[in-house]
Design a protein around this ligand. Structure first.
Ligand SMILES: [Zn+2]
Length: 138
């Protein structure tokens, strides 16, 4: 299940993918540098264009769209859509902390008590942000 949340990498609110969905996308962008270099060599385009237009990256963007119904602009934005990268919801502002190891909220400045870290984001705490995905039948 995908959840509509702020991506710190992309700097906007987009559907973030659970681990099953992420694996489908990740499978396409694994070993990405190899595909980028092959495409650059084959087409003679710039590195920047190869990073954007190399076919496996485009396929990964398409897969992301099929899963959650939204489009991203660049294959590398996909590195910002993995839900498990975020930490638990901030007790003060309700946004997820940046990572499970975060000690403070970069959104509102809330600091966790000494010695505590955010911990993983629990799907229950963000149930209201759920996006219906292409993997569901109803
Ligand atoms: Zn906060």
């Amino acid at each position: 299940m995908a959840y509509l949340l702020y991506s710190y990498l992309i700097r906007k609110t987009v559907p973030l993918l659970d681990e099953d969905e992420w694996r489908e996308v990740e499978g396409l962008i694994k070993l990405r540098s190899r595909f980028i270099m092959a495409y650059k060599k084959e087409t003679g385009c710039s590195l920047e264009d190869a990073r954007k237009y190399e076919p496996r990256g485009q396929e990964a963007l398409e897969r992301y769209f099929q899963i959650c119904g939204q489009r991203l602009d660049h294959p590398e934005e996909l590195y910002g859509v993995r839900l498990s990268r975020l930490g638990a919801v901030c007790p003060s502002c309700d946004k997820p902390l940046r990572t499970p190891k975060a000690k403070m909220c970069v959104e509102c400045g809330y600091e966790l008590p000494e010695g505590e870290v955010a911990g993983p984001l629990k799907p229950k705490s963000i149930a209201h942000l759920r996006v219906k995905t292409g993997n569901e039948n109803s």
